[in-house]
Design a protein around this ligand. Structure first.
Ligand code: ZN
Length: 467
């Protein structure tokens, strides 16, 4: 079923690319036309998906959480307003305990569960069994608690307990050996792999010819992203995206689709899928970085995807952001869109070139809002930027670990200014692109703003087909 849907998406993507390039030979067109009818099937599937994932109201509230821990044992207690059904299991690499619940409202400080910084007098002995825990909305109707283990553990009990009118979820863990842990983890991995069906955002109407911009606030739900001094990356990213969405919509020039409209977890591959099925003309992923060891590093950086990272720091950022799925115990291996089709390669090439053009435009406009990293345009293997047919960039707004950046990122005034510049950058990019496409249609020299990679010529296409 998933396979089928991917195949249909690819076909739909190929069709849209074919229309865009406008120069592709008839023989290649023939390859895609057979699947045109299948795109209707996709629309039907999408409608069903939306109905099945209507957001639900929380069934209970979590009002407090406590962790008691030693090197051998751990006990997590969550105070609940109502009893709920829960299930708990372990996952390896990294080692975690996952507790799944129906949708609950976590009325907790975002810092709750964060790893305690060892005190000055703490002796370097054996690590506590649990390092930290995270929590949040996993998908419509489902919440999740993720407990990070520092040693293999078994679940002694995970149960709802009543004490008078008080209701608590109690999770007790005890140290176990590596072999027993692996065995327990393996028995659950298969079940976890296909569990997430996140909410599909309302799609922009296809009736208009406005370009669709997909805004992708990073992280969400139990995946908080970076937390520094109570500033939470997932919150900063969402607020920024919401403000930008309003401005883009107000301009009347764009349709805007958000990969997540609120504080919910969306797997990386799903974010890519949302952009592709919305036929997005541009996808912007929004994050905020942190560098604990270098508080003087600051400013925004715009990343594009590349098989080879532009520098070691960029590779590190990509590795960190790519961990989002495993952070909450979701299998992130199923996003490969590996097609060795010539049209697909061309599309990807063109898409990457457009991504570069937009990254450059954004950096130029961002200068006015200030706070650019000293090396503001970089590339690395970000999984969320891998849509082969949607130009995509990932914007790290700044460093939460830098005092000046943190002050800017939490300021409404700064957000207003930065999103205005960004909306202008987006307008400018589409104005240039539109102009260049027009110029090309008239067989004149392409605008200088056009990327270097261009649609193939007849000769190059013929060579490629022979290969
Ligand atoms: Zn991030």
């Amino acid at each position: 079923m998933t396979q089928q849907r991917i195949a249909k998406n690819q076909d739909a993507a190929l069709l849209s690319v074919t229309a865009r390039i406008g120069m592709v030979m008839a023989t290649l067109l023939f390859c895609t036309s057979a699947s045109a009818a299948e795109t209707h099937g996709l629309i039907g599937a999408r409608a069903a998906h939306v109905a099945a994932s209507t957001p639900q109201a929380p069934v209970a509230e979590v009002t407090a959480a406590r962790l008691e821990v030693s090197p051998e044992n751990a006990k997590l207690t969550f105070d609940l307003s109502h009893a709920v059904e829960t299930s708990a299991f372990v996952l390896a690499d990294p080692d975690r305990v996952i507790v799944d619940l129906p949708q609950v409202d976590f009325s907790l400080d975002p810092d709750t569960g964060k790893a305690a910084v060892p005190g000055r007098h703490a002796k370097k002995t054996v690590a506590a069994l649990v390092g930290s825990f995270r929590f949040g909305l996993l998908s419509a109707g489902r919440s999740r608690i993720v407990v990070d283990l520092q040693a293999p553990a078994r679940i002694v009990r995970s149960s709802i307990e009543r004490d008078g009118d008080k209701v608590r979820l109690v999770v007790e863990l005890a140290k176990t050996d590596r072999a027993a842990f692996r065995l327990a983890a393996q028995s659950r991995t298969m079940q976890v792999a296909s569990v997430v069906v996140p909410a599909m955002p309302a799609l922009a109407t296809a009736a208009t010819s406005k370009p669709t911009i997909v805004l992708d606030p990073g992280h969400g739900g139990p995946d908080t992203g970076a937390i520094v001094n109570g500033i939470v990356e997932k919150v900063i990213a969402l607020e920024f995206a919401q403000t930008l969405a309003k401005k883009l919509e107000a301009s009347g020039s764009f349709n805007v689709v958000m990969t997540r409209p609120d504080d919910v977890f969306i797997p990386l591959s799903e974010r890519v899928r949302i952009a592709r099925s919305a036929n997005a003309a541009l996808m912007i992923s929004i994050h905020a970085d942190t560098l604990a060891e270098a508080g003087d590093v600051s400013g925004a950086t715009v990343y594009t995807v590349s098989d080879k990272a532009s520098d070691a720091a960029a590779a590190k950022v990509a590795a960190k952001e790519n961990e989002a799925d495993s952070t909450v115990g979701v299998d992130g291996q199923a996003d490969a869109v590996d097609v060795s089709d010539i049209l697909f390669d061309l599309t990807r090439q063109e898409t990457r070139a457009y991504s570069h053009v937009f990254a450059r435009t954004l950096v130029n406009y961002w200068k006015v809002a200030g706070r650019l990293n000293k090396n503001p345009q970089r590339a690395a293997g970000f999984r969320v930027l891998k849509a082969p047919d949607v130009p995509s960039v990932l914007l790290e707004l700044g460093y939460l670990s830098n005092t000046n950046d943190a002050a800017a990122l939490t300021s409404e005034e700064w957000r207003d200014k930065a999103t205005s510049r960004m909306a202008e950058a987006i307008e400018s990019y589409f104005a240039d692109r539109h102009g260049a496409e027009k110029a090309q249609a008239g067989a004149t020299i392409p605008d200088v703003a056009m990327p270097p990679a261009r649609p193939m010529t007849q000769a190059s296409a013929a060579t490629a087909v022979q290969r």
